[in-house]
Design a protein around this ligand. Structure first.
Ligand code: TPP
Ligand code: SF4
Length: 466
């Protein structure tokens, strides 16, 4: 009788009610799964193991492996494993990745994790193509190999050369163990078994990064029966990807890891000085703000001061900047949401309040302002396009006020003063000033100057706008 492999669940109950694995006949994934499950159980690591599943044909690892399971986005298993192994110091972490997943979209993640010598085992399943999506070329596709995207065979001039990931990682200093094995026949599977076990022993002993590449048949996408597919591995794949051990420092002592401070999430949330727990307040309707202007005008800081002051006043709040190329002169913006309960999304598509400090951002965001919303825009720019119906658009001489108050660069602070008069009144001024002062913690000379601009702007707004 064939027995269930150790380390697996009793039954593989999938959501759709089926109970088998998802693999085709002759697929290598199932064999590698079995080797990992057995090694994990034999070494007594099951209760300590966290398995990171990939996207691809092996996406359902969490239905099979009876241990901790986390599913990673495509290409990100090594990044997720890095995070897990750094935080869960007593756990054994496994990343399992296909060659599309690790060799293409996630190569840099995997490469950098190997280069840092992260403390996890990475199993890299090389079946020479993207299997789950229908057999497209992967970085590991061999020269001349036909795939759905290389119907005449991979051609180096057009598609480059196959990526030999084990050889590349072997150039790095940090990995403890790198070996390429195959699951094409019994002899090779026995060698693969040893390699899998060694990679997990290295984790058990906290020694560092272990990488096992497995040449694995994909009869379905290779359009072969399982026997021919196994032969293809030994006769074709091994010519491009020779088997062997590229690195083994497992006999050396563990590398002493850098101490990493692990902090509670709540600590992090309330780490900012003077931070307080937000208080649920069902009566407070969520408000959406958009602060926009040129990069360098201080729109992101203005948004941050508003967000900080709302936080200090006990609101739930989010601040979401948008820069990138916009930092170099286009429309930079910050979205701020404040509410009486947790914020669902930090994105602001229809602001209740728009602050626009330059023409491009006024043009871009004015049409998006919510009905009954308010637009406060720099007086010296023309109001274009026309404000949508129901929207109040108020020109505000922020630059002039800032200049007259002696700090021309503080036009953003002038907008803060005007907003206090208009739409921020339910945030106490004490908190707004506290947040404003704190934003100049590293330039104390600017605290008083900005307060002056703020006061002048608020007075002007009281007289002319409110
Ligand atoms: C971000 C993202 N891009 C693309 C996809 C589509 N996708 C799903 S599986 C897959 C290929 C997986 O190939 P490989 O990693 O080689 O695993 P195999 O299926 O061969 O085991 C792709 C591209 C996705 N799910 N997510
Ligand atoms: S398509 Fe290929 S890799 Fe995917 S399950 Fe089938 S044989 Fe395995």
């Amino acid at each position: 009788m064939i027995k269930r492999a150790k380390g697996f669940y009793e039954t593989f109950d999938r959501k759709d009610g089926s109970r088998t694995t998802t693999f085709c006949a002759g697929c290598g994934h199932g064999i590698v799964h079995k080797l990992i499950g057995e090694a994990m159980a034999d070494l007594g690591l099951q209760d300590r193991t966290v398995f990171v599943s990939p996207v691809g044909c092996a996406a359902f690892c969490y239905y099979y492996f009876d241990c901790g399971n986390v599913a990673a986005p495509h290409g990100r298993a090594s990044a997720v494993a890095t995070g897990l192994s750094r935080v869960l110091k007593d756990k054994v972490v496994i990343a399992y990745q296909g060659d599309g997943d690790l060799g293409a979209i996630g190569f840099n993640n995997a490469f950098q994790a190997a280069n840092r010598g992260e403390r996890f085992a990475c199993f890299f399943i090389n079946n020479s193509l993207f299997a789950m999506t229908g057999g497209q070329m992967a970085p590991t596709t061999m020269l001349g190999q036909k795939t759905t995207t290389t119907p005449f065979g991979r051609d180096a001039a057009r598609a480059g050369y196959p990526l030999r990931v084990s050889e590349i990682l072997a150039q790095l200093e940090a990995p403890v163990y790198i070996e390429r094995v195959s699951v094409a026949d019994t002899k090779r599977i026995m060698q693969a078994k040893k390699a899998v076990k060694k990679a997990l022993e290295i984790q058990r002993d906290g020694k560092g990064y272990a990488f096992v590449e497995v040449l694995s048949p994909c009869p379905t996408n290779w359009r072969m029966d399982p026997l021919k597919a196994a032969e293809f591995v030994t006769q074709e794949m091994e010519r491009t990807f020779p088997l062997g051990c590229f690195r083994d420092r497992s006999a050396e002592g563990p590398v002493k890891p850098m101490p990493i401070e692990v902090r509670d999430l709540l600590d992090l949330l309330h780490a900012s000085e003077g931070g307080i727990d937000p208080r649920p307040d069902p009566a407070f309707k969520e408000k959406h703000f958009k602060f926009s202007g040129f990069g360098g005008q201080g729109v992101l800081s203005l948004g941050l001061v508003v967000a900080e002051s709302a936080g200090k006043a006990g609101r739930y709040v989010s601040w979401f900047p948008s820069y990138g190329p916009e930092q170099r002169g286009g429309a930079a913006s910050a979205s701020v949401v404040m509410g009486g309960k947790e914020i669902g999304s930090p994105a602001v598509d229809t602001p209740d309040v728009l602050v626009a400090m330059n023409q491009p951002s006024l043009e871009k965001f004015l049409p998006t302002v919510a009905k009954n919303g308010t637009v406060l825009y720099e007086e010296s720019i023309p109001l274009r396009p026309a404000a949508p119906q129901g929207v109040v658009a108020l020109p505000f001489p922020a630059m002039r006020i800032a200049e007259e108050a002696g700090t021309p660069k503080a036009a953003n602070t002038a907008f803060l003063g005007a907003m206090m008069e208009l739409r921020l009144r339910d945030i106490p001024e004490a908190q707004v000033l506290e947040a404003l002062d704190a934003s100049f913690a590293e330039k104390p000379a600017l605290v008083e100057r900005n307060r002056k601009v703020y006061a002048a702007a608020r007075a002007w707004a009281r007289e002319h706008l409110a």
